[in-house]
Write a protein that binds this ligand. Structure first.
Ligand SMILES: [Zn+2]
Length: 397
């Protein structure tokens, strides 16, 4: 779910850039190191939970009890997913609290009170379930109706689902978490709309989003498709950024739009999910019965299905990220070409890096495996390569 939203709502600068002083860079390093440890711990936690569910026989016991209780197969699937989902959410509370609240406050990134944070968690669980439940129902219907080809149909449906999500996210989902108001700075609005016009892109309005209620971090995005396409600026941008720096951010987002990156990302992800579903179909047939499953369409083997798809996604994580970094570099090239302003691009990168506590120069192996965007150092070096004259000017200054 989060990944799907990211395809459309570009978290470009979320993980990346950083700062000038050594002390701040050290702070960014420890902040990100802890985040990576938490990522691995959460992953191990989730995988262990699914494995225990399967091996202990709890999954098949739950499925059999629900079959007696529920009147039909759809309800059995729904109740199973609900119970397993709630059980995981409950045992994951300490991890989520530490990663999402304690750690962010310790580094001064979060501006949320505990109750606001908790309320956001509850909302995201409800929204997550409302989206996941129909998807899982559809997947199990395919498993029952097309036992041999379900994996192929499911991966095609994935694209259709992602397109629908891209359309409704800005108007239905994002307002659940943020308030949007039309941008009040008329001068900036004119400037940003002129940039869109320059590349023949129609947008339905420019909005500001109250990110400052939750975080210190800044971001901006071009979200939605067709009638829902709009420019969204985090209100955390307004104090520190010059209009030409905000323009550079929008230019990068327009680069994604002009290069059809959302569609490229969707095709890439659906290819990976096709492979994941295919491997899952083989694994479910071969090993499902060992865990008490009566066939691939039995909800008992749901943890096995998730484990297999997650395993495939993990193996391909470095490839997905390399693909993403390539699209990001091209969007940067596009931004630098249409604005012709490397100085604004570089100063924007440095400010965002500092504000979002990103590492200026992460460990290359970590960058290769985990970074969906090139590091700030690489992005700035890329800008300097595109404008050798600017590099000269910077060196003189
Ligand atoms: Zn981007």
């Amino acid at each position: 779910m989060r990944a799907l939203l990211c395809l459309n709502f570009d978290f470009s600068f979320w993980i990346d850039p950083n700062s000038q002083t050594g002390r701040e860079d050290e702070r960014a390093k420890t902040y990100n190191r802890t985040k990576r440890v938490l990522f691995v711990v959460e992953l191990v936690y989730a995988l262990a939970f699914l494995l225990i569910l399967l091996v202990s026989g709890a999954s098949s016991a739950l499925a059999r009890s629900l079959e007696i209780l529920a009147t039909n197969i759809w309800l059995t699937v729904l109740l199973y997913v609900f119970i397993v989902g709630v059980a995981y959410d409950v045992i994951a509370v300490p991890l989520e609290f530490y990663g999402g609240f304690v750690h962010e406050h310790r580094y001064g990134q979060s501006t949320q009170t505990f109750s606001a944070w908790a309320w956001d968690q509850i909302k995201s669980k409800v929204v997550g379930f409302a989206i996941a439940a129909p998807l899982i129902e559809a997947l199990y219907w395919l498993l029952r109706a097309y036992p041999h080809r379900w994996w192929l149909i499911a991966s095609v449906l994935f694209i259709a689902f992602a397109v629908v999500m891209a359309n409704i996210a800005p108007v239905l989902l994002m307002p659940i978490f943020y308030k949007f108001i039309p941008l009040r700075d008329e001068e900036l609005k004119k400037r940003l709309l002129a940039l869109c016009e320059k590349v023949n892109t129609k947008v339905r309005g420019v909005y500001e989003m109250d990110m400052s209620r939750k975080t210190r971090a800044a971001n901006a995005a071009l979200v939605g498709l067709g009638n829902t396409r709009r420019i969204v600026l985090g209100d955390t941008l307004f104090e520190r950024y010059e209009p030409d720096e905000i323009e550079a951010i929008l230019a990068h987002e327009l680069g994604h739009h002009m290069n059809w990156d959302m569609w490229k990302g969707l095709l890439f992800q659906s290819a990976i999910s096709m492979l994941g579903f295919f491997v899952a179909s083989v694994v479910l047939n071969a090993y499902g019965a060992s865990f008490g499953s009566r066939g691939p369409a039995d909800i008992t083997s749901f943890p096995l299905l998730v484990l297999t798809c997650a395993g495939v996604a993990l193996v391909f994580l470095p490839v997905s990220n390399a693909f993403s970094r390539r699209l990001e570099r091209r969007a940067d090239s596009f931004a630098l070409t249409i604005t012709g302003d490397p100085a604004a691009f570089v100063s924007m990168m440095l400010k965002l890096g500092e504000q979002n506590l990103s590492e200026f120069e992460p460990n290359p192996i970590v960058e290769f495996i985990l970074y969906s965007h090139p590091s700030v150092k690489r992005r700035i070096a890329h800008a300097r390569r595109m404008f050798p004259a600017f590099e000269g000017k910077a060196a003189e200054g």
